[in-house]
Design a protein around this ligand. Structure first.
Ligand SMILES: [Zn+2]
Length: 308
């Protein structure tokens, strides 16, 4: 079974460690060997901008990470960069695994709309609007009802409007309730949540309400279910059944075209039923058993590639 994962923090992990940590071989969740063994078609690598880096520094950090990504993905002979679903298919047909660059926290835009175009020119396809802190676009998910209901800022609305006329895709994982509503209202094309879970299954602010799942599904977008136990079940351990429970709920609420995978590999610290990308076929087998082959295909890669 082919696999497409919509979100990991591997790039940031490598940058933070500031060592010669290699993508080809390492002891984290994602390596070239793991992606091969896991049957991957594509892995999305997020450029994550920590909230401590703001203003002009955010922009230079973004450029630095784009350059690092190019270097990092060229190290391994099996991995090739891709931007669109078509690139991913072409790479796959040539026996290559695609690396797709995405953004988590678009604060580097720093109120300058022309930077959207530059992001796209640098190969960004998915733009994660926010992380866990307020930025120039809006506010993150919060247990505080007042904060959670705040709308997107004017610049955030301008970005969503501009995205309608580009081939960028807005990613609403981490975005607050009020911001989500604005994205849903202003988007004229599919938008996605790269790494989220379902509130009805486990009540955590990082997870999506049923109405939000329906709204993403109606737009034609997808939700990548994450593997982090804090959001799946509130313990420090993730079983395959936890992931499957969230996927099943997504399908029941939004239909079989909305479910995808967005692990959050290398961005989480919990026990897991697999040690990383290399074990993904184990999950694929369980998905086939639970939902049948054609729905399992949609979850594992078809729904994701339709959006890319
Ligand atoms: Zn995240």
């Amino acid at each position: 079974m082919k696999i497409i994962d919509l979100h990991c923090d591997t790039l940031y992990k490598h940058i933070e460690l500031k060592t010669d940590y290699s993508l080809c071989c390492n002891d984290g969740h994602i390596s070239e060997e793991g992606l091969r063994a896991g049957g991957y078609m594509a892995q999305c690598f997020a450029i994550y901008q920590p909230t401590r880096i703001t203003g002009g520094d955010g922009y230079s950090f973004f450029i630095e990470q784009c350059d690092y990504f190019r270097k990092f993905s060229k190290e391994c002979s099996l991995i090739r960069c891709a931007v669109t679903g078509k690139d991913i298919e072409n790479n796959y047909n040539q026996g290559k695994i695609s690396a797709v660059i995405t953004v988590e926290n678009a604060d580097f835009l720093n109120n300058r709309i022309e930077r959207l175009k530059e992001a796209r020119n640098r190969g960004i396809r998915i733009l994660g609007l926010i992380h866990n802190g307020e930025n120039c676009l809006g506010f993150p998910q919060s247990r505080d009802k007042r904060l959670d209901c705040l709308p997107l800022k004017d610049f955030g609305k301008e970005v969503i409007d501009a995205i309608n006329y580009t081939d960028l895709i807005a990613d609403v994982s981490h975005l607050n309730y009020g911001g989500f509503r604005d994205v849903a209202e202003l988007s004229k094309k599919p938008f996605i949540a790269t790494h989220s879970g379902c509130r009805e299954v486990f009540d955590h602010p990082r997870n999506l309400y049923d109405e939000q799942i329906k709204s993403i599904a109606q737009s034609g977008g997808v939700v990548g279910v994450l593997f982090y136990s804090c959001f799946l079940n509130g313990t420090d351990s993730t079983a395959a059944e936890d992931i499957i429970r969230h996927i099943e709920h997504l399908i029941n609420v939004g239909g079989e075209d909305v479910a995808a995978i967005g692990t959050d590999f290398d961005g989480m610290d919990c026990e897991m039923f697999i040690s990383g990308a290399g074990g993904m076929q184990k999950l694929a087998e369980m998905l086939i058993k639970k939902f049948g082959y054609s729905i399992a295909e949609k979850i594992c890669f078809r729904n994701a590639i339709r959006n890319l």
